[in-house]
Design a binder for this molecule. Structure first.
Ligand SMILES: [Zn+2]
Length: 281
């Protein structure tokens, strides 16, 4: 199908289902220089990411995370929203898709101006204390990391980063890293994101189930839904017999029950569709 045909189909779907629940994933941030986790067949592109229990139980895992994240964070901070984020802001201004749940932890929807974004997996811009729950700013943490490890700044090259702000860094850098502790209770700090094997806040999950129930339909953008934390809402939408549409350049875990699937990157289709809707309204 052509872009024009696809955009008409998607625009009609949005007009017929104005109260949309939108779920976005890494494919949405790809054009902002943040790579996706999986290839088109849903396979991991790189080594397995950090597991929640390893982060809690193993000091070296934490050192390695922060060594990598020190470099990854610089690129996250520099990343800018792309036309997919901007199109979704336009869609929201037109009155569609007031509910946006994102699996992304890069804050780019918010930076683009999207209101009331729900960060399903938390945000890299915050650091949380595992003992007292105090939340601090990631930029402050970055300064503390550098103060305690001046040698971090000597590595000039930009290691490759992943969507979770992780980067490939030599283990010898990680094993000597000094980690800042909570300023209030000296507890262990963690980025305020949900690692693999970690769980999303139960209240938040219930809120999103409610939104799924209240929505006319679900629109998935740039996600393979391979993680259960987001797939469960699509599964619920299916049980409720809601229309489900996906724009994803590759397979998704929900392929069997999609009403319509646009198997392509999301940017061009979103631009064309929002432009159609803007003209029609
Ligand atoms: Zn604390």
């Amino acid at each position: 199908m052509t872009l024009s045909t696809d955009s008409h189909i998607l625009a009609d779907f949005i007009l017929a289902n104005p109260n949309l629940l939108i779920i976005s994933g890494a494919g949405c941030s790809q054009d902002s220089g943040i790579p996706t986790y999986r290839d088109k067949e849903g396979n991991w592109l790189r080594n397995d990411p950090i597991q929640h229990k390893d982060y809690l139980n193993d000091a070296f895992t934490r050192q390695r995370y922060w060594a990598r994240s020190y470099y990854g964070w610089r690129q996250i901070v520099e990343a800018q929203p792309n036309s997919a984020h901007q199109s979704l802001v336009t869609l929201q201004k037109l009155g569609f898709g007031s509910k946006l749940v994102t699996q992304n932890v890069d804050g780019l929807h918010q930076l683009a101006g999207h209101k009331n974004v729900i960060d399903l997996h938390g945000s890299l811009s915050e650091v949380v204390c595992l003992s007292c729950g105090e939340i601090t700013d990631r930029n402050e943490h970055q300064k503390h990391l550098l103060d305690m490890n001046p040698s971090l700044d000597s590595l000039r090259s930009h290691p490759e980063i992943r969507p979770d702000g992780d980067a490939e860094v030599d283990n010898s850098i990680a094993s000597t890293l000094n980690l800042p502790k909570c300023g209030r209770c000296k507890g262990v700090l963690k980025p305020n994101v949900v690692f693999y094997g970690g769980s999303v806040d139960r209240g938040l999950v219930q809120d999103i189930y409610q939104m799924t129930q209240d929505a006319d339909a679900v629109l998935i953008i740039g996600s393979s839904l391979m993680v259960f934390s987001s797939f469960r809402f699509v599964k619920r939408a299916r049980e409720l017999e809601k229309p489900i549409v996906a724009i994803n350049d590759g397979m998704t875990r929900a392929d069997d029950f999609l009403t319509t699937k646009f198997e392509q990157p999301c940017q061009e289709l979103l631009i064309a569709t929002t432009s159609l809707l803007t003209q029609q309204l």
